[in-house]
Ligand binder design. Structure first.
Ligand code: FE2
Length: 297
């Protein structure tokens, strides 16, 4: 991933991307980005230009002490160094601009791990329940991430990411169903309290290709035909999904407009060694780096 002359000290010196250090962090990742190898940059270019829709880097040269995986949800788990955040930042610069949603976190990245009492919820902190098929930020009126970056701090062999390529999906559905899914016949839940929906399609034609915005838990067809198309979509997603395992110090990059993802159910142990994924969003839209955007309705 890095050139052989890469300075590990430079990675270990990555400032925290939280709070007042954010500006330092954004400067530092530009230095780290220069150390990426041409092979890594070429893979990232393939992702950016949609020649590939996902990629997993493995055996990333991160060597940092990480605290036990928490069991309660806390904002910003304290770490001695911010190496995994440095990797995410260095890679993000090849793809676009890092941002986050205020509703997800008050900092640039967020942590995904099983939280006690949320095992069967719909939230990303669930575990015993499958995390449903979705694209991130699918209902947001202004911006959805172009790429989702999932850095695995700790894995769980039982928990795999599920992935469906939108082009494979479209070619597996009948033209009639695709036609329904590209019409504004679906209510997407933007905000729960007070409830606010946006009426829009699930599939979008982009030249010869398709893009997708969907969350199976929070999108509903407005009439029986639309709901029947959505049910067929859900069935097809389950048939087509490929499993991607997570490994410690691996980074999975998904094209969030060209694929739909989910996660299998798993059993949390709450012993400090549970699965822990560090998640970041990247957009190809014009935005100030490090923006945390709030919902304005
Ligand atoms: Fe996601």
């Amino acid at each position: 991933m890095f050139n052989t002359n890469f300075e590990r000290e430079q990675l270990a010196e990555t400032p925290s991307p939280r709070g007042e250090k954010l500006g330092d962090y954004l400067s530092h990742i530009r230095l780290l980005n220069q150390a990426l190898s041409s092979e890594t940059k070429s893979i990232l270019q393939d992702l950016k230009e949609r020649r590939i829709k996902h990629y997993q880097f493995r055996d990333i040269p991160v060597a940092e002490d990480v605290p036990p995986t928490p069991t309660e949800y806390i904002a910003g788990i304290p770490k001695a160094t911010y190496q995994s955040e440095g990797i995410i930042g260095a890679v993000s610069l090849e793809l676009g601009t890092l941002f986050n949603y205020r509703e997800t976190s008050d900092s640039l990245m967020y942590d995904v791990y099983p939280v006690k009492a949320h095992e069967n919820s719909r939230s990303f902190v669930n575990s015993r329940r499958m995390l449903s098929f979705h694209t991130d930020g699918s209902a947001h009126p202004l911006m959805s991430p172009t790429f989702v970056l999932l850095y695995c701090v700790r894995d769980d062999p039982e928990a795999a990411n599920l992935f469906v390529d939108v082009d494979t999906l479209v070619s597996s559905l009948s033209p009639e169903v695709v036609d329904l899914l590209t019409q504004p016949l679906f209510n997407h839940l933007v905000r729960q309290f007070p409830q606010h929906y946006l009426l829009k399609p699930i599939l979008y034609r982009v030249g010869e290709n398709f893009s997708v915005k969907y969350d199976e838990d929070t999108t509903l067809g407005i009439n029986p035909k639309a709901e029947s198309a959505r049910n067929l979509l859900n069935e097809t997603l389950r048939k087509l999904a490929i499993e991607i395992e997570n490994y410690p110090n691996s980074l999975l990059i998904l094209n969030n407009s060209a694929c739909i993802h989910a996660r299998t159910s798993f059993t949390p142990r709450y012993d400090g060694r549970d699965r822990w994924i560090k998640c970041a969003f990247v957009t190809n839209q014009e935005i100030t780096a490090g923006s945390i955007i709030g919902l304005q309705l």
